[in-house]
Design a protein around this ligand. Structure first.
Ligand code: DGL
Length: 261
């Protein structure tokens, strides 16, 4: 079976990486819309049309399911994507529910970080309205992390300077949980962990998304396995450039190493 992962860029590789651990025998397609990244600072209409183009292309490859491994794309397009195709479309949203469940009643707050567009969208507002009865959720856009990731900038000093600047606008010790509501942010989890007080938990939606994918595949009874291969695409073109392919593979290794620390 072939499962496609789609993101504006390299962020969705963090979700693919998790899926490969849980479903190691599937074949994978990874589509990064790198020519059009970042999405999170564009308008809703711009991102919707980019997402439809990309997912039309991905579906034309004959995949069995598509994971929208991008909170921004999910928030503006997932409902319409599900109407458009018959194969499963798995979306993702910031893990606000587990964060509020964990932090509610502790006198601490929840900080949801994501792209500016995800934070502006109705989908997130509705989710927070439903769940945040104690009014403990605050929002913080971190578009700089997407830029860093797309530029392969993993220098600890540069990234932590940016994070320290952005976090200066909030009272960091008042938080019990920080939600990483953008798949690109997961590359910077360990740097964030080092600069925030040790009582703060950091959570993301990757495991929840992959569990959901695995449930949906089981329900559909799709059981033909592949060999665990990955085909990489950038904005509609198969990636043949060896340097680029090596970069993608390197990101999977960086995530492997991060998981072992
Ligand atoms: N990785 C994406 C997300 O999860 C989008 C980042 C961007 O393109 O701005 O929101």
């Amino acid at each position: 079976m072939s499962i496609a992962f789609f993101d504006s860029g390299i962020g969705g590789i963090t979700v693919l990486h998790h899926a490969m651990k849980i479903l190691p025998l599937e074949d994978y397609i990874y589509f990064a819309d790198t020519m059009n990244a970042p999405y999170g600072t564009k308008t809703r209409d711009e991102v919707r049309s980019l997402v439809f183009n990309a997912v039309d292309f991905i579906v034309s490859l004959g995949v069995d399911a598509v994971v929208i491994a991008c909170n921004t794309a999910t928030s503006v397009a997932v409902a319409d994507l599900r109407k458009r195709y018959t194969i499963p479309i798995i979306g993702m949203e910031p893990a606000v529910k587990p964060a509020v469940e964990k932090t509610g009643g502790t006198h601490k707050r929840v900080l949801v970080t994501a792209t500016p567009l995800t934070l502006k969208e109705e989908k997130l507002k509705n989710l927070i309205d439903r769940i945040d009865n104690e009014h403990i959720v605050d929002l913080l856009p971190l578009p700089g992390l997407v830029e860093f990731a797309e530029n392969f900038e993993f220098n600890e000093k540069i990234v932590s300077d940016y994070l320290n600047r952005e976090l200066a606008s909030v009272n960091i010790s008042s938080y019990g949980t920080i939600v990483l509501g953008c798949t690109h942010f997961l590359f910077y989890r360990s740097i964030l962990k080092r600069i925030i007080p040790s009582h703060i938990d950091i959570i993301d939606g990757n495991a929840g998304t992959v569990n959901h994918l695995s449930r949906v595949l089981k329900e559909r009874g799709v059981s033909v396995k592949g060999g665990g291969a990955i085909k990489w695409y950038c904005s509609g073109e198969p990636v043949v450039d060896l340097k680029r392919l090596a970069e993608f593979e390197l990101l999977l290794l960086i995530l492997d190493a991060a998981g072992k620390v």
